[in-house]
Write a protein that binds this ligand. Structure first.
Ligand SMILES: C[S@@+](CC[C@H](N)C(=O)[O-])C[C@H]1O[C@@H](n2cnc3c(N)ncnc32)[C@H](O)[C@@H]1O
Length: 474
């Protein structure tokens, strides 16, 4: 832990309630310090750390009374020790310092223990107890309810990853827990579902049960549709099944996937699953975004391994962090298991690029974007089985903004034949092309009329290209 002594302006120091373990300051103690300062006594420096949110401010770790006394005597500068905590919890550090001169009251100890645990549920009771001057048992009692709900949340997340078929080693790794602890959690799984199944049997709806028990809706669908075949699942979800190679929907079904740039309808995923996979098959989603593929797989009893450069461990732990790096492209998992179906929904070149991380593939030039796809398809080919199918979801990229159709060129565009050519170059062969257009109703009438006047052709089209490995290319 590094300490730097210096003086800083009083106005740059903040008393942050979030980490201050006392319920207030004691005026008598402030007056005592002020008197000592006026009499010229040497006072210990106030301990501060750089404020995590405002880097021109410091927050007090120890010395709130001294700081008040400095202000009382009109000091404009204060001697401080700037502490770098190196992973030590600031709440616990501040509490440990506070109990030196005076123990915390019961209320202060309880509030500090709860705050520390809420900030970091990995803290153990003994550690918290040492900092606040209480026994491990006392801390256990202070935080019992918080710990129970954290455990419940963790149980549910583990259940979700387990249902999606992630191997135990990867689940343990994702939650940073030992495999032994994971086995204890997994043993609880069958009993976790009992109260939900009881409510479903009583006739409560899936959203009601999800809300009551704090589960996600797709997880409750996975329980309520258990044992049903795919056609029954379509019916229960109220989705009509398309029989032709035209798959169009007015909107995304909000029950599946997060609100995400470039979100695709769960109905489209369900159709890919229905026609090109069987129950219990393993689906691989390399650029998972808002998680619509994983959610739909839960409802259709498929396993699903998802990856994305955008890591959201709290809300989407099933999407494992993975940056597909064009300079060093690697398959993110080891082991012999190969997917039955790859559902690949990359950014459609520059479309939505303002909403994606610029390091991702939408930040690339046209040449690099196409090179990336070619390398990715070749890598996927290497890591696929003979029977693996790949669904590539994409759309034509045309440079059509403000350009009348007859003046458009091919310099900047990427069209379906480019994708087909790259697929073929990397060992894949298309078997189906589905047209899955966005509804053109979402375009505003005045925009449409302006486009018509200028003879501009818009792009609501989107394709799902299904491919197989070329024969003798396994
Ligand atoms: C079209 S979105 C996927 C949307 C998703 N299917 C849905 O409906 O929510 C494409 C995703 O690719 C991810 N991505 C782009 N470049 C990437 C890279 N090089 N490595 C990993 N992920 C990348 C982005 O973070 C984005 O979430």
């Amino acid at each position: 832990m590094a300490k730097t002594a210096c003086t800083v302006p009083t106005t740059q120091i903040i008393l942050d309630e979030e980490i201050y373990p006392r319920s207030g300051v004691y005026p008598k103690r402030v007056s005592m310090f002020a008197e000592n300062m006026r009499d010229g006594f040497k006072i210990d420096p106030v301990e501060v750390q750089i404020h995590p949110e405002y880097d021109d401010k410091y927050r007090i770790l120890d010395g709130a009374h001294r700081w008040h006394a400095y202000k009382e005597i009109g000091a404009t500068e204060i001697s401080v020790l700037i502490i770098t905590l190196d992973g030590v919890d600031p709440i616990l550090y501040a509490a440990k310092k506070a109990i030196g001169p005076l123990q915390l009251t019961e209320d202060e100890a309880r509030t500090t223990a709860r705050r520390a645990y809420e900030n970091n549920p990995r803290l153990i009771s003994f550690e918290i107890g040492q900092a606040i001057g209480r026994s491990r048992q006392a801390v256990d009692a202070y935080i019992a309810d918080l710990r129970a709900s954290t455990q419940m949340e963790l149980d549910l997340k583990i259940f979700r990853l387990h249902r999606l078929g992630l191997p135990q080693e990867r689940i343990a790794n994702r939650f940073n827990i030992p495999q032994r602890t994971l086995s204890d959690h997994l043993a609880k799984m069958p009993s976790l579902a009992i109260p939900l199944n009881t409510d479903l049997l009583k006739g409560f709806t899936v959203p009601q049960v999800a809300e009551k028990h704090g589960w996600t809706e797709p997880m409750v669908w996975s329980l309520s549709l258990k044992g049903k075949d795919d056609l029954e699942r379509f019916k229960e979800l109220n989705w009509g099944l398309r029989t032709w190679d035209l798959w169009n929907w007015n909107d995304c079904d909000k029950r599946f996937g997060d609100d995400w740039p470039g979100r695709i309808p769960a109905q489209m995923i369900a159709h890919i699953l229905y026609y090109f996979s069987d129950q219990n098959d393993l689906v691989f989603d390399p650029m998972a975004g808002g998680g619509v593929v994983a959610d739909t797989c839960l409802a259709f009893n498929r396993k699903c391994w998802s990856f994305d450069m955008d890591d959201r461990p709290d809300t989407r732990p099933e999407i494992e962090p993975c940056f597909w790096d064009i300079t060093n492209l690697k398959w993110p998992i080891k082991g012999k298991t190969k997917p039955d179906l790859i559902i690949f929904d990359p950014p459609y070149f520059k479309k939505q690029s303002n909403n994606y991380d610029p390091d991702g593939i939408s930040g690339m030039s046209k040449a690099n974007y196409l090179k990336f796809l070619e390398s990715f398809f070749a890598l996927a080919h290497l890591n696929a089985k003979k029977s693996t199918q790949m669904a590539l979801i994409n759309a034509d990229w045309r440079d059509f903004q403000n350009i009348p159709a007859k003046n458009e060129t091919r310099v900047n565009s990427i069209l379906i034949n480019d994708y087909l050519w790259i697929l073929n170059q990397s060992g894949w062969q298309e078997t189906h092309i589905f047209q899955a257009p966005l509804s053109s109703e979402r375009f505003k009438a005045n925009v449409v009329s302006a486009m018509q006047k200028k003879k501009i052709i818009g792009v609501p089209s989107r394709y799902v290209i299904i491919s197989k490995k070329k024969p003798n290319q396994d």
